[in-house]
Design a protein around this ligand. Structure first.
Ligand SMILES: [Zn+2]
Length: 237
């Protein structure tokens, strides 16, 4: 499996790699990658792969995880196994997704700690964030208040740290898994995203390194989505 560079450094924008395999001409596996594959409710990265031998550019149009491998779909055929490449992320896109992802952690932490609510699903796109909460009755006032508290926290600008724990260590603390729907527990090491002084979560995604980078979160809409499920939308300003 390719080394997932984004797990170590969410701010890595460019890197060198070697093509390990290409299937159907356009699906490329690298030995290492900073491209985040779509997953956990977070959109994939895009960018450019440049072949070093002739500077030919291949646009990365989709990144997904298939059979445990990170696959980069490019816009044209031509890359071959063994090609040495330089890769560059579309940073504006990735950075916005990082801000949304960390915002979702702040929100889920606030709603859990203040109101005992669990986030049961989430989806972050470039346009908006969405999360589902197990709130029995729709309560827009409570939701607004939760967003206010989240924004107060962001102003405190806590650092966000990433480290790993052994599986045994991590499983002693079930609150680490409260928003990790389908988190792969079979890993030996569990990656932790820790908003210092506030909330830590098991997580495989990319995050900003301090809360102020999120900016301001604005609650836009909440709708009923089945029994005990309230779907909440927000945008970043
Ligand atoms: Zn997350």
């Amino acid at each position: 499996m390719a080394e997932a560079l984004y797990m170590e450094d969410s701010y890595l924008k460019e890197f060198d790699a070697v093509v390990k395999a290409v299937s159907k001409g356009k699906y490329v596996i690298l030995d290492r990658t900073a491209f985040f594959p779509k997953g956990g409710g977070i959109e994939y990265d895009t960018g450019v792969i440049t072949r070093k031998s002739d500077y030919k550019e291949f646009k990365v149009v989709f990144v997904g995880k298939f059979d445990g491998e990170i696959s980069h779909e490019v816009d044209q055929e031509g890359l071959k196994e063994g090609d040495e490449v330089h890769c560059r992320l579309d940073w504006d896109r990735r950075y916005l997704l990082m801000r949304y992802h960390t915002a979702a952690h702040v929100l889920s932490g606030v709603f859990y700690k203040e109101y005992g609510l669990m986030m049961t699903g989430n989806q972050m796109t470039l346009e908006k964030g969405r999360m589902d909460m197990n709130m029995e009755e729709m309560d827009p006032e409570m939701i607004s208040e939760g967003f206010k508290k989240a924004n107060e926290l962001i102003k405190k600008d806590f650092p966000v740290e990433i480290y790993s724990k052994t599986k045994e260590e991590a499983e002693k603390d079930p609150t680490l898994f409260k928003l990790a729907i389908g988190f792969p527990h079979k890993l030996d090491k569990i990656r932790i995203v820790d908003i210092k002084g506030f909330d830590a979560q098991a997580d495989g995604g990319c995050h900003v390194k301090s809360l102020k980078e999120i900016g301001k979160i604005r609650f836009t809409e909440a709708i009923n989505k089945g029994k005990e499920n309230r779907r909440v939308y927000f945008v970043l300003e």
